[in-house]
Design a protein around this ligand. Structure first.
Ligand code: PLP
Length: 393
């Protein structure tokens, strides 16, 4: 008999009942260090007092009004995003995949309004992940994501990550946009080198193609800059954001330049819940903390500390780990054993990590994780590695 919850997830046998900072408490009382943070969602950990206050204050005043009316919290968050990024304008969604839908619509509408309705192509990259909606799965293109769900949204060309020649050849004046994650998350923490991102920006400029960045996982301070593309000194035309921006409350956004957004006039897009008062009150509180230079400097310092300790872990367990990669607090340990076994051993050791493609385990801790918790996390990962080794012996 089918379970009452549609069985699309394979869940670990863990039930968390409360959270505090970087820690989660299981129903049986065990405490876990959370290096997954809801897959890069709980950017400020669990139950951050400023976010709890923002949510409860808004909840006592007003939960929901339609986008038929002004929403002050939405305005405040949009102003903050515009102030701190390349963007001139923002549309709020509830998730990353909805942001993908709009990013694709926006790029196509841009060219339609320029008198080029034929210019609909979107170039994407293998190993990418952009969500589970029609545009999201068509953009990723992998068999795992698309099999059985055809006919797929047309117009997507998938290139191998890092294949510069194929990229050059694919650029042309039928292309509306290139869509890329500066650091692939689900794909196994694969950063696009800064030089490649710069080169891609140049190619887009040469061909007049819009650049869409998916910073759903790597954005909002995760790599030590507010947005990952800042490391390369470039800016996109359109950017998808979600996950960390809501700190755990469902919220996403599409940020764009005035030019790229020029086709999106009244009535061309909308959302019942996107930009609702509760989500935006929390999002504004997250932005106030994360967009601060001193906070981002701390993210970089902590990332250095974690990276150093993890390199020690890799050196100490060369039969379990192959290497460390990533950027800031978005790190991946490539495993020599099956990554799921390491994640599972982590449950036994009281530390949560997230599997990714390419046999990687992802470490995406809260951005405000303490130094002591970093040290404890690595001790627990060490215990997990020893447990995997003992199970194999
Ligand atoms: N884009 C990236 C890079 C993601 O990592 C994800 C989610 O993991 C998405 C898009 C989709 O976001 P959501 O699950 O909120 O729809």
């Amino acid at each position: 008999m089918i379970p009452s919850i549609l069985p699309t997830y394979s869940r670990a046998p863990l039930t968390f009942v409360s959270g505090d900072g970087s820690w989660l408490t299981e129903a049986d009382g065990r405490r876990f260090l959370d290096l997954g943070a809801g897959i890069a969602v709980n950017a400020l950990g669990h139950a951050h007092p400023a976010l709890v206050a923002a949510l409860t204050t808004q909840a006592q005043a007003l939960w929901h009004v339609s986008n038929l009316y002004n929403i002050p919290a939405q305005q405040k968050l949009a102003d903050a995003l515009v102030e701190h990024t390349f963007a001139d304008t923002v549309f709020f969604t509830n998730s990353g995949t909805e942001a993908c839908e709009l990013a694709v619509k926006m790029a196509r509408k841009y060219w339609y309004d320029k008198g080029r309705p034929d210019r609909t192509g979107i170039i994407t990259f293998t190993g990418s992940f952009h969500g589970r909606s029609a545009a999201g799965i068509a953009a990723a293109g992998s068999e795992k994501m698309t099999k059985g769900f055809g006919p797929l949204l047309p117009g997507f060309t998938h290139l191998d990550f890092g294949d510069h020649e194929a990229l050059q050849a694919a650029m042309g004046d039928h292309v509306a946009a290139v869509l890329v994650e500066p650091v692939q998350g689900e794909g196994g923490i694969r950063p696009l080198p800064d030089a490649c991102l710069k080169g891609l920006r140049d190619l887009c400029d040469t061909h007049g193609i819009l650049m869409i960045l998916d910073e759903v996982q790597c954005g909002m301070g995760r790599t030590g800059k507010l947005f990952a593309h800042e490391w390369a000194g470039i800016s996109p035309d359109i950017m998808m954001v979600a996950k960390g921006i809501g700190g755990g409350f469902p919220l996403g956004a599409v940020l764009a330049t005035e030019e790229a957004a020029s086709g999106m006039t009244a009535g061309t897009h909308g959302s019942t819940y996107g930009g609702n008062p509760l989500a935006c009150a929390v999002g504004a509180a997250v932005m106030e903390i994360v967009a601060d230079d001193a906070f981002l400097a701390e993210v970089n310092r902590k990332a250095g500390l974690l990276r150093q300790k993890l390199e020690g872990l890799v050196d100490a367990h060369p039969d379990i780990f192959e290497g460390l990669r990533g950027s800031g607090l978005m790190l991946g340990l490539r495993c020599k054993v099956t990554n799921a076994d390491v994640v599972k051993a982590g449950y036994g050791a009281g530390v949560l990590t997230v599997p990714a493609a390419d046999n990687v385990i992802r470490l995406l801790p809260p951005l405000n994780i303490s130094d002591a918790d970093i040290a404890e996390a690595v001790l627990r990962l060490e215990a997990a590695a020893v447990a995997v080794k003992e199970a194999d012996a």
